[in-house]
Design a protein around this ligand. Structure first.
Ligand SMILES: N[C@@H](CCC(=O)N[C@@H](CS)C(=O)NCC(=O)O)C(=O)O
Length: 225
């Protein structure tokens, strides 16, 4: 058994879980996936909340050979943690010699992780419905507006991916948001740079393995063929 071992608490449809799945795959870190079914409310169970007080996925748990256990929720913090403890693995932040590219990768990631995902999350959709709103339309409008901002911000930095020709934190946040945007009927033709980047990302083996259709907890009728 390898030391340390990793367990990722994940839900197949969760965009935040997908960020971490992509990064673990890019870095070549093996992990055991522990499915947390958000629709069944597994994340609200007291034993899960004791592990992750925000009652969200993902949660990354690292167990060392000496039995030490370290848990980190919050996908971007977990990604940056892996970035720091595996300096020789694939890097999702551009080199420190290019602070501007690092700042842009982080800023683009924040457009998705701070401005889009939190306000289109399942618990927010539930509240929108509770006050009589159309949660699907809410998501479609917010996703369209925020992706419009991403499209403008990425211009001038994009190569094959969002920041040049290497996959960065920005892409890792972007692609799962694009998967969700498709689901809510966002017109992605309006965003040619995002579409190009997403198509390129979709061909990468680390991304294919992390795709929501290819997870152990993906229901049979939704699995990739
Ligand atoms: N900022 C957190 C957000 C985590 C989050 O909201 N995850 C969603 C799935 S993508 C979730 O667990 N939602 C549960 C809910 O809305 O009740 C992160 O990046 O990990």
């Amino acid at each position: 058994m390898s030391d340390p071992t990793y367990t990722l608490y994940s839900y197949f449809r969760s965009s935040c879980s997908a960020r971490l799945r992509i990064v673990l795959n890019l870095k070549g870190i093996d992990y055991e996936l522990q499915a947390v079914n958000l629709l069944k409310g597994d994340h609200l169970a007291s034993d899960y909340k004791a592990r992750n007080p925000t009652a969200t996925v993902p949660l990354l748990v690292r167990t060392s050979g000496n039995g030490n256990v370290f848990s980190v929720g919050q996908s971007v913090a977990a990604i940056e943690y892996l970035e720091e403890i595996y300096p020789d693995s694939y890097h999702v932040l551009p080199p420190t010699s290019n602070p501007e590219a690092r700042a842009v990768a982080r800023a683009l990631a924040a457009i998705i992780a701070c401005d889009l995902q939190p306000v289109t999350n399942m618990k927010v959709m539930k509240r929108v419905r509770a006050i009589g709103g159309n949660a699907e339309q809410w998501n479609k409008e917010i996703m369209t507006e925020v992706l419009e901002a991403y499209e403008a911000a990425v211009k001038g930095w994009a190569g094959e991916y969002s920041v040049g020709d290497a996959i960065t934190l920005a892409d890792v946040c972007l692609l799962p948001a694009v998967w969700n945007a498709r689901r809510y009927g966002v017109d992605l033709d309006a965003f040619p740079i995002i579409t190009r980047i997403s198509d390129n990302l979709g061909k990468h083996p680390a991304v294919i393995k992390a795709h929501w259709q290819n997870q152990p907890d993906t229901p049979e009728d939704l699995r990739g063929k």
